[in-house]
Design a protein around this ligand. Sequence first.
Ligand SMILES: [Zn+2]
Length: 142
Amino acid sequence: MEPQTTAEAMLIAACGINCRSCMAWLRTRNRCNGCKATVGPKANHCSSCVIRNCPQLAASSKGLCFECNDFPCRRLRQLDKRYRLKYNENLIGNLQRIQHIGIDQFMAFQQLKWQCVHCGALLSVHRPNCQQCGKPRETAEG
Ligand SMILES: [Zn+2]
C-alpha cells in the first residue's frame, strides 16, 4: 500500500461506509476516530459491529470486505440492504468501485459526493439534510 493513501483509506470502513460521512465522525462531542482507528472513542454500533470484528477481515491487507473470499457475505448484504433502503447508500457498490478504480480515485469522488453544493459543508449519510444550511442533501456528484 502506498503510504500517502493510508490515511484516506483508513476512513473507509470494511463495509464500504465512508467514516467522514458518518454522524459519529461529524459530531463534535465524543467524536469517533473511524472504523479502523485503534485509539479514541468509537460509536457503539461500530465497536460491536460483526463486520468490523470479522476474523476474516484481519487477514486482508486493506481491511476492506472485497478482499474476502466470501464477499459479499450475508452480513454485508444485510447491512448494504439497510443502508440502501434507509440512507440511499450502496455499500457493496462502494466496495466494488474501490476494487475497480482504486482507493485514491474513489476518495476523490467521495469528497464531491459528501460536500453540500449549497454551502460546502460536509454531509452525513445518516441525515437527509445538510447539517449546516438545512437544505436537502444534494451534491455535485450525480
Ligand atoms: Zn449545506
